[in-house]
Design a protein around this ligand. Structure first.
Ligand code: SF4
Length: 472
């Protein structure tokens, strides 16, 4: 999926390293999580008393000098890569965020989106908190800093009791590294162990890159604390079941990541097999939209016996910062990033496999590119069900009006994108492919069943906190 896509939300990492290489390990991990956000990157470290921060706009390799280790001392680190879902792209909104507290400075990095951030922020401002960013993440810092509990663990637990929506947070403060997840476990957080420390990360692929062994996933409502080499696990809030985001499997996570015992590549491949069963096609080649359509296309080709071919090549070196959230840049992005292989495409009946359709503009451009290169037929197969509802948990689909499947039927979308046929994976097929119970998954953008209370129309969206600030 490219261009007019769902945007990844954020990636977080936390490191406890007795030998003091916390910043270097956090940096390695951030490189592994780069696909989750390309607008800003940052690391904050601590020696238990002082805090150092380096962050900036752009890719990890633009913010940190690739030639030398970060000049950030301390045995504790948190890091963040960001795609803005609340708050626009500016340096004040880059994370980690630091806030003073009775435990000294807290440095915090957040993945997800709060659904009651504006409400909480209004209250905190009345109580005297002053905010430097327009992110919902700063609301979490302030709530923890002001919570009426003498221990950091207790304060986090009290703060979690007030938060609604999706949050996976890593934080250093008071000589501790903490990681916690909302009571639905909407976004992932895994714990790894290495020779002289621990790592917390949004995805297991980051553990592999720093040579850490997988230990556990932070459970819904769970809080892990690492202090003086000891890891403790708390149930900070009662779990409300599990509602893991299905788009982690469909699109966001890297194929080598494992979440809840499911490898992402294998899950996608299985989605492709079931998609083939549900929507077969008479065709000569299966062509994936690179890169995220590849695993599902492999599954589709396996199930049908139609050969898999590289019919579209991605221009990798254009850089993902080029793809900005604004529509004008999205439109430009598709042509700049994809090129058909004419020798594969010409005269062929093609099954084009992609992971999702958001607004429909990208799909119609790709179908147009293939036809312009001589494709005889283009049958589009999508390895997710139609996205009909907005996400309030950190994915940039802020209103239903933008979602083509909320307005049009499958036949109408087929005509809009100019395909010879169009088939989406069914919701049942998706659940079957994941091998998890429906009750363990968030599929709200597909079926409208939100696991939490959601904001009223017009209150959500990436500018919500900026709006509340303007009207004051
Ligand atoms: S609404 Fe959709 S994208 Fe958002 S968390 Fe749920 S499944 Fe994921």
């Amino acid at each position: 999926m490219m261009g007019d896509t769902l945007k990844e939300e954020c990636g977080v990492v936390g490191v406890y390293c007795q030998s003091g290489k916390a910043a270097s390990l956090a940096l390695l991990a951030l490189h592994a999580l780069q696909h989750r956000g390309q607008e800003s990157a940052g690391i904050a470290t601590s020696d238990g008393v002082r805090v150092w921060t380096h962050k900036g706009l752009g890719l990890v390799s633009q913010v940190f000098d690739p030639g030398r280790p970060p000049d950030l001392p301390g045995h504790l680190a948190v890091g963040h890569v960001r795609y803005s879902t609340t708050g626009s792209t500016r340096i004040e909104n880059a994370q980690p965020l630091t806030t003073s507290s009775r435990w000294g400075y807290l440095a915090l990095a957040h993945n997800g989106n709060l659904t009651n951030a504006a409400e909480l922020r209004g209250r905190l401002e009345k109580e005297g908190s002053s905010f430097v960013s327009t992110t919902d993440s700063e609301v979490i810092s302030h709530l923890i800093a002001r919570a009426g509990d003498p221990t950091l663990e207790g304060a986090i637990s009290l703060a979690m009791g007030e938060l609604e929506g999706a949050y996976t947070v890593v934080l250093v403060g008071g000589g501790k590294l903490c990681g916690f997840c909302d009571p639905y476990g909407i976004r992932p957080l895994v714990v790894g162990e290495f020779a002289d420390g621990y790592i917390l990360a949004s995805e297991s692929c980051a553990l592999d890159h720093v040579g850490a062994r997988f230990v556990a996933e932070v459970e819904p409502g769970g809080l892990v604390v690492i202090e003086r080499g000891q890891l403790t696990v708390h149930q900070a809030q009662p779990p409300q079941g599990t509602a893991g985001c299905v788009f982690e499997y469909i699109y966001f996570a890297r194929p080598d990541t494992v979440w809840r015992g499911r490898n992402v590549h294998q899950a996608r491949r299985h989605m492709g097999r079931i998609l083939a069963r549900e929507h077969p096609a008479e065709a000569d080649v299966v062509v994936p939209v690179p890169d995220s359509g590849l695993s599902a296309a492999m599954g589709y080709a396996e199930a049908t016996g139609i050969p898999l071919e590289i019919g579209l090549v991605k221009n990798r070196y254009i850089g993902r910062t080029f793809i900005q959230p604004e529509q004008a840049m999205r439109d430009f992005g598709v042509q700049a990033k994809l090129n058909p292989v004419r020798e594969v495409v010409q005269g062929r009946r093609i099954v084009l496999v992609d992971d999702s359709i958001v607004r429909g503009t990208t799909s119609s451009k790709i179908v147009g590119l293939l036809r312009a290169s001589g494709a005889r037929e283009v049958h589009v197969r999508i390895s997710s069900p139609p996205i009909r509802f907005p996400c309030f948990y950190g994915i940039d689909t802020s209103s239903r009006g933008e979602l083509v499947a909320a307005r049009l039927s499958v036949e109408e979308i087929q005509r809009l994108i100019g395909a010879d046929s169009l088939g989406f994976l069914s919701q049942e097929g998706l659940v079957e492919a994941l091998g998890l119970a429906r009750e363990e998954l968030c599929m709200a953008c597909l079926d409208g069943r939100y696991p939490t209370r959601i904001p009223r129309e017009g209150e959500a969206g990436r500018q919500a906190l900026e709006f509340t600030r303007r009207i004051r």
